[in-house]
Write a protein that binds this ligand. Structure first.
Ligand code: AMP
Ligand code: MG
Length: 411
């Protein structure tokens, strides 16, 4: 057996970052920015009002109070989107809306809540405002020439807004890898027909395609393949020709018909591993040469729980490396939580990844194992939101801290 850390490192070292390309801003969510972004212009581009109110000269309202308002002549109105207004002369104010350019002469805005209109032409203001109040200066968010985002930034929603605000409409990003998902097994039925003796319903492909998407990759379902050398070889070649990475399930254990590892041995620079984890011990990984370059192939075990755990722990770091993420950011997020109850461990030389439900309690995050932990018991696993990491040994006692790998947002 090899350690989980060694298996993970083996994968990460052999997965290369995909070539950056320009994408529409709307497609950039969840990708990694490939270049620094320098703002070509100020944001905001001009000084503008942060409030609906009256643009004034602050000296004109220096003595204004609730009891003794200052009366100014209203010299006009300016809305967001209008060009510059005539200057605010002493003794006058301009009705101004949020986002409208501040007229020359004005140096502050009195919010409308502190005003009373007097006829059409005048306004009583009840607040003394310091120069600059409620004015958003040009360049107050971003100054022209400054770096707003650096290469390597993982783009979240607000980053897309930042890019739009500095007129970057087609950022160059590392694309999301397209993962081709296939499964192997003579026993698999995926078309709804009644099961013949020995057959089972296919469940890994829907799980793995959805898991790839939920982890931020693009995924395509490439169907099931019988346990036949040529069929598996054709399927893997076809997948590698059309996808950035291939995930297959089944056929990597010790059975006589576990042919994925045999075929991968021919087609790819393949390493077959017995990883010291529970579940998901068998794992095959190789890079297939294609005319588009090397395509990583992840040979996951067939048991439904194992294939999901294997994708989450060993597939994700490789695929996220392809997506341009680095360091710890290639792994699913982990947190330390308190176990509400004892979780039994085993001293068998393996790290256990126990399927648990983590929930938020007043005292912090608490953890409970789901009812069944067999690697074929997908129903129990479907109620889990995290994997509790139990080092080789006795497990944890109630109240002990335990590390969780989060499979999805738990709270
Ligand atoms: P294998 O890794 O191919 O030896 O498969 C291990 C176990 O997982 C066997 O009981 C298979 O029937 C089952 N299995 C394999 N592939 C799938 C699949 N796609 N959907 C559901 N169960 C599967
Ligand atoms: Mg099989």
């Amino acid at each position: 057996m090899i350690s989980f850390a060694d298996a993970r490192r083996h994968v990460v070292e052999r997965c290369d970052r995909l070539a950056p390309r320009e994408v529409a801003l709307t497609d950039a969510l969840g990708t990694v920015l490939a270049h620094d972004v320098v703002a070509p212009e100020d944001v905001p581009p001009f000084a503008n009002s942060g409030m609906d109110g009256y643009a004034v000269r602050s000296t004109d309202v220096a003595d204004a109070t609730e009891d003794q308002p200052v009366r100014l002549r209203v010299a006009g109105t300016i809305a967001a989107g209008e060009g510059p207004h005539t200057a605010v002369a002493p003794g006058t104010a301009v009705r101004i809306m949020t986002g409208a350019p501040v007229p020359a002469g004005a140096d502050a805005v009195v919010m409308v809540e502190r005003s009373t209109r007097v006829g059409d032409d005048e306004v009583d203001l009840t607040q003394a405002v310091p120069a600059g109040l409620h004015i958003r200066e040009a360049g107050g968010d971003v100054a022209a020439g400054s770096v707003v985002l650096t290469a390597g930034t993982f783009l979240r929603p607000a980053h897309l807004g930042v890019l739009a605000s500095v007129n970057v409409r087609t950022p160059t990003v590392v694309p999301r890898p397209l993962v081709g998902v296939l499964s192997t097994g003579d026993e698999l039925v995926d078309d709804g027909r009644p099961l013949a003796p020995g057959q089972i319903r296919e469940s890994n492909r829907p799980t793995l395609v959805a898991a790839c998407r939920s982890y931020g990759f693009d995924a395509v379902d490439l169907g099931s393949v019988p346990d036949d050398r040529d069929a598996i070889a054709d399927a893997l070649r076809g997948a590698a020709a059309s996808c950035d990475a291939v995930v297959s399930s089944g056929g990597v254990s010790m059975g006589d018909f576990d042919l994925v590892k045999v075929v991968l041995d021919d087609l790819a620079d393949m390493t077959w591993m017995q990883v010291a984890i529970r579940p998901a011990k068998p794992f095959a990984f190789g890079v297939m040469a294609t005319d588009r370059g090397g395509v990583p192939v992840f040979g996951l075990p067939g048991n439904p729980v194992s294939s999901l755990v294997s994708l989450s722990l060993l597939g994700v770091p490789g695929l996220r490396t392809m997506a341009g993420r680095t360091g710890n950011d290639v792994d699913l997020p982990a947190v330390i939580a308190i176990s509400a109850q004892a979780i039994d461990g085993k001293a068998d030389g393996r790290t256990a990844f126990v399927r648990v439900r983590a929930s938020w309690d007043e005292g912090g995050v608490v953890v409970e194992p789901v009812s069944a932990q067999g690697s074929h018991q997908l129903v129990a696993t479907s109620s889990a939101n995290a994997l509790a990491v139990l080092p080789d040994g006795d497990g944890v006692r109630a109240g002990d801290p335990v590390m969780l790998v989060l499979l999805h947002e738990p709270f």
